[in-house]
Ligand binder design. Structure first.
Ligand code: ZN
Length: 100
């Protein structure tokens, strides 16, 4: 109970992005389980760019993710990371504001 070890990263496996050199391609593990790695890595519905908000948006829309986790778990997973996003935003704002 109350474990905070859920990270988006545990729902994706990373590989080189074909067109984006600065961000990796994050392949959805739920989709890999459903379709197999070879299919998932080339199917645009099964991967996203490895950026926090993209991963979050992806999981919200992924049918394999939503069929694997009950709605309560999905809310919990996505909510935990919302907290994390907010704490990151706050930090960067504070740093920015203290400079000016
Ligand atoms: Zn997926």
């Amino acid at each position: 109970m109350g474990k905070k070890e859920h990270k988006f990263r545990s729902f994706f496996t990373l590989t080189e992005h074909p067109t984006n050199k600065s961000n990796k391609k994050a392949i959805c593990i739920c989709c890999i389980e459903a379709n197999g790695y070879e299919i998932a890595k080339d199917n645009k519905d099964c991967w996203t760019t490895n950026i926090f908000k993209y991963c979050k948006l992806y999981l919200k829309n992924c049918l394999n993710f939503s069929s694997k986790y009950i709605e309560e778990e999905q809310v919990e997973i996505l909510a935990l990371d919302e907290e994390e996003i907010n704490s990151i935003k706050k930090k960067s704002c504070t740093t920015y504001n203290s400079k000016y």
